[in-house]
Design a binder for this molecule. Structure first.
Ligand SMILES: Nc1ncnc2c1ncn2[C@@H]1O[C@H](COP(=O)(O)OP(=O)(O)OP(=O)(O)O)[C@@H](O)[C@H]1O
Length: 267
């Protein structure tokens, strides 16, 4: 199994008062799995703990209890770089995800320098290859973030995420800040990369249309627990729990309001 999350708990301090020891439990026994080349959607109301789970999976925070394993190796217990290299992330806020003083070449070189001993000319060639993979020409290499559109900058963030040939990318609201037409382009790019590079995704979102476009399975999150799991995207309309139905209807109403057009899954 590519990813196995078992009975994970996470709490944070309730207030920023350093004397206070009171904690609030955000994740309350989350278990999930992800196979190779699968995309698992995680949908849930704001504050339900989706991003917290994402941060635990990419290893920037530690669970209080439970285990998170990539190909059988518990990421909470190992400092092995090769395992961390297998996981990447793309956030919603592409602007603050990159250093504004860095050119695209520097943005893409950062993970290369961390994980590989490459010479400058090899780094440049690898950066050009990465740009090509995400549909950007070589000329973008020397641009700064403010010289790119939102869609182009998110492509750069995706290029950075695939630098280390990851097996798994956590996409945390990765398309939410983009215009709808650009969202579809980025989803198509993600589907293409998934096929070409055998990548799996955890797709955290509020957007049900995007889920039907890219995901194979969906988990409904509420107050740090999984309330329902849909094993095939075709069954999404047949959810049983009242909470899932309410989320589904709210998303459908919002889509109608925003006149988001029907998108056909292309894969
Ligand atoms: N470092 C932190 N310290 C204290 N509380 C935190 C911290 N990080 C997250 N929280 C709290 O944990 C809860 C879950 O947050 P999280 O961002 O995981 O939810 P979410 O489901 O991703 O929400 P959204 O959809 O709005 O992004 C929130 O109430 C948040 O305030």
């Amino acid at each position: 199994m590519l990813l196995e999350v078992k009975d994970v708990y996470k709490s944070y301090k309730k207030s920023f008062d350093i004397m206070s020891k009171e904690k609030i439990e955000i994740l309350k026994g989350i278990s999930l799995y992800l196979k190779e080349r699968e995309c698992l959607g995680i949908i849930g109301e704001s504050g339900s703990g989706k991003s917290t789970l994402g941060r635990l999976i990419i290893g920037v925070e530690k669970a209080d209890r439970g285990s998170i394993a990539i190909e059988g190796a518990d990421i909470t217990k190992t400092k092995n770089k090769a395992i961390k290299q297998k996981i990447s992330v793309v956030f919603q806020d592409y602007i603050s995800s990159v250093n504004p003083r860095f050119q695209v070449l520097d943005i893409l070189s950062e993970p290369l320098r961390t994980f590989e001993n490459l010479e400058r000319k090899d780094i440049i060639q690898k950066a050009i290859d990465l740009l090509e993979k995400v549909g950007l020409a070589e000329e973008y290499l020397y641009r700064y973030p403010h010289e790119l559109s939102g869609g182009q900058l998110q492509r750069v963030c995706i290029a950075r995420a695939i630098t280390t040939n990851p097996k798994l990318i956590v996409l945390d609201e990765a398309i939410s800040s983009l215009d709808v037409s650009i969202q579809v382009q980025i989803l198509d790019l993600l589907i293409q990369l998934k096929k070409e590079m055998n990548i799996s995704y955890i797709f955290i979102t509020h957007d049900l249309t995007a889920i039907t476009y890219i995901c194979d399975r969906v988990i409904f999150f509420k107050e740090g627990r999984t309330v329902e799991e849909v094993h095939s995207i075709a069954d999404l309309k047949n959810v049983k729990e009242a909470y899932s139905k309410a989320l589904l209807h709210a998303a459908m109403r919002m889509n109608e309001k925003e006149e988001i057009y029907e998108v056909q899954r292309i894969s």
